[in-house]
Structure formats: C-alpha cells, structure tokens
Design a protein around this ligand. Structure first.
Ligand code: TRP
Length: 354
C-alpha cells in the first residue's frame, strides 16, 4: 500500500501571529499548499496544549483561537486546500494521550530540551502542572491521530517529533502491531528563518517580551517598531563601522529581503552582501537600513492586513468552518483510536457480539 502524504502542523493560540511565525512557519505552509503534493493538510490550533500552562486563563486561549485562524487565512492559507482544526474539538486526542502516557517515562519527559527551556522561561519548576510536562505526549497524539507523515515545524519542535517517533516504536513493540507511519519533521529551507529574534535583540520574538511585529499591526506601528529596533550600540555616527551580527535589522533583512527589493527600494546596492559590506565599512546609517526594511515589511503586510479586515466581518463563518473540519477530523481520530484499542487488546466490544 502506498504511503499517503498527510501534513500536520500547528500552533498554540496564545496570541496573534507575528512576523517570526510568518518566516518560521506560515511562509513554508503557503509554499507547501501551493505545491499541492499531499493527500491531506491539517493545521491544528492547539488550544488544549495552550491550556497546559494557562489553566486559569481560558478566555485568553479561547479568544486567540479565532485570532490565529484569521491570521492564517489572511496570510493566504486556503481553506479549500488546508483544514484548520481545533485540538479540543477532537476529544479522541485526549484519549489517545492517556494510553500513550503509559509508554513514556517521567525521566524521558524531563529530558525534553524544549520543555526544559520553557520551564526556565516561565519559572515553573515546582509549580509545573503535570499536563505541561506531558504536552509532548499529547502532541504525539495530534500527529498520530491522522496518520501524519510530514510535520512542518521550527527547530524547537524537533524534540517533539523525536518523542512522537519513540512513542510509535514503543507502541508497535509493546502491542506487536504496525499501525502508525513514522512522521518526519520538515524544517524551513532558509536558515535565517528558523528563529527570528525580537525587535529588542532578544533571542526570541514573544508577545510577553513586547518585541514582536504582528501580522495585524497597523502601518505606523510596524514602522515605529522598526525605527526602534536594536542595531549596533557602537554604531553611533554614520561614519562608524557597524556590526551586522546581532543586528536586528540585518537579521530581518536576512529573512525577508530578496534581490528584487533592492531594484525597487534601494537601487544603489545590488544585493544584501553589498549593503552589509558598506555597513561594516562605515558610512551607512541605521535610518537608511531601517527605512529599507520598513518598505519590505510594509509591502508584505499590506495585503494580509486588508484581507484580515474583510475576514473580521465573517467570524461566524470561520467558526463554523473550523468546527466542521474538527468534526471530520474527529471521525478519522476515532478510527485510529479503534485500531489502537484493537492492537492493545482493549476490545470489550467484542463481548457484545456474542
Ligand atoms: N507545540 C507546537 C508549538 O508550540 C504546537 C503544536 C501542537 C504542534 N500540536 C502540534 C505542532 C502538532 C506540530 C504538530 O508551536
């Protein structure tokens, strides 16, 4: 039997999507969508996962489900090609998680580098909810419920994929079966896109740090954030030599700038290498590179913002669509769950047939 190509990826709905999401995942999803080389493509809004460290903040998570859905659609995700689904509306995922939890040790969960980093960042430790420690297991359920083979994610999600593959192997060997395909991560091609720094130079663009440029930001806000971005603190006079490494404007240019942008917005230079060389040499001011970046980002964000304004008028329809998609996804997950229970010998229903 030929392996079906099922793509699944997702985000936690804890805030609107920003340009870090755009280069890190959305752009990749758009190109996969356009290539069309798949049998099914899901994007999961992981509200249950978001609740693992937001139990007392259900409203925030709930309200961001529609925000993130609108962000996807306005960025160009085509609902005819991609099914946007809501994790909590596929309850089979929780049941699968319960069975998978018995196949993973607490020691193994404690070793997950991404979870470790998140614990540190959020200052969890003793106050860590059990659900938070276990979210990589529930993420495995997200991936395995639909037989996903391709999981487009950023580097930080590689430990989740590793955990998922381990669960597949352990499930198969424990219950002597072969029901799940082994999923593979798909990283974005452009290295600069793996993780976009915040406008303040912090390694992570994050809503709580207030260093994001959101897809929905108004033009003046985008410009202001760029004009305030961290560059090289020792590049004081225009004639000073400047540093490109650790400079937020160049980090963003690495991610967003194409040669064609020079022809349109900065014809004195042929490409980014020339611009960097001039900056390093001295004689190139921050305002000039910031205005260049601003032109590039404004051009990218204008159509997204416009589409969002239209979509915001159709919130009911969007809810209906993602609920409907989730219902269909739930049927598929039910089928997977039945296969799991059969393999486990958890087949009480067989008694009824006698
Ligand atoms: N952990 C992912 C994130 O924080 C979100 C997510 C949940 C996910 N389930 C998934 C990603 C399944 C890929 C596949 O961004």
């Amino acid at each position: 039997m030929e392996q079906k190509k099922i793509i699944l990826t997702g985000d936690r709905p804890t805030g609107n999507l920003h340009i870090g999401h755009y280069v890190g995942s959305v752009a990749n999803r758009l190109s996969l969508q356009e290539k069309g080389d798949f049998d099914k493509f899901y994007i999961l809004i992981a509200d249950t996962q978001a609740l693992t460290d937001n139990a007392d903040n259900v409203d925030k998570v709930k309200n961001n489900v529609i925000q993130v859905a609108i962000d996807y659609l306005s960025a160009g995700i085509d609902p005819k090609k991609v099914d946007i689904i809501i994790q909590s509306q596929v309850p089979e995922l929780a049941e699968m998680t319960m069975y998978f939890m018995n196949l993973v040790t607490v020691a193994r969960l404690n070793r997950n580098p991404t979870v470790k980093e998140e614990i540190k960042l959020r200052g969890l430790n003793a106050s860590m909810p059990a659900g938070f420690l276990c979210y990589p297991i529930s993420q495995a359920a997200d991936i395995l419920a639909f037989g996903s083979t391709i999981v487009p994610v950023g580097e930080d999600q590689l430990p989740m994929l590793e955990q998922t593959r381990e669960i597949v192997r352990t499930f198969h060997s424990t219950y002597d079966c072969d029901i799940f395909p082994l999923p593979n991560a798909l990283l974005p091609e452009n290295k600069a896109c793996h993780r976009l720094v915040g406008t303040d130079g912090n390694a992570k663009m994050s809503k709580s740090l207030g260093n994001c440029i959101f897809l929905k930001d108004e033009p003046e806000v985008v410009k202001q954030k760029i004009m305030n971005a961290y560059t090289d603190p020792n590049h004081i006079k225009i004639s000073d030599p400047g540093k490109v490494e650790g400079n937020v404007v160049f980090a963003y240019l690495d991610a967003f700038c194409k040669n064609e942008h020079f022809a349109r917005f900065l014809p004195e230079y042929a490409n980014l290498d020339e611009l960097k060389a001039h900056y390093r040499r001295g004689g190139l001011g921050d305002v000039k590179i910031k205005l260049f970046l601003n032109n590039i980002l404004q051009e990218l964000l204008a159509p997204i913002r416009e589409k969002r304004k239209k979509l915001e008028q159709n919130v009911d329809e969007i809810y209906e669509m993602i609920f409907e998609n989730s219902k269909k996804a739930s049927e598929i997950a039910k089928n997977t769950l039945a296969k799991m229970k059969d393999a486990m010998g958890l087949d009480y229903y067989k008694f009824l047939k006698k």
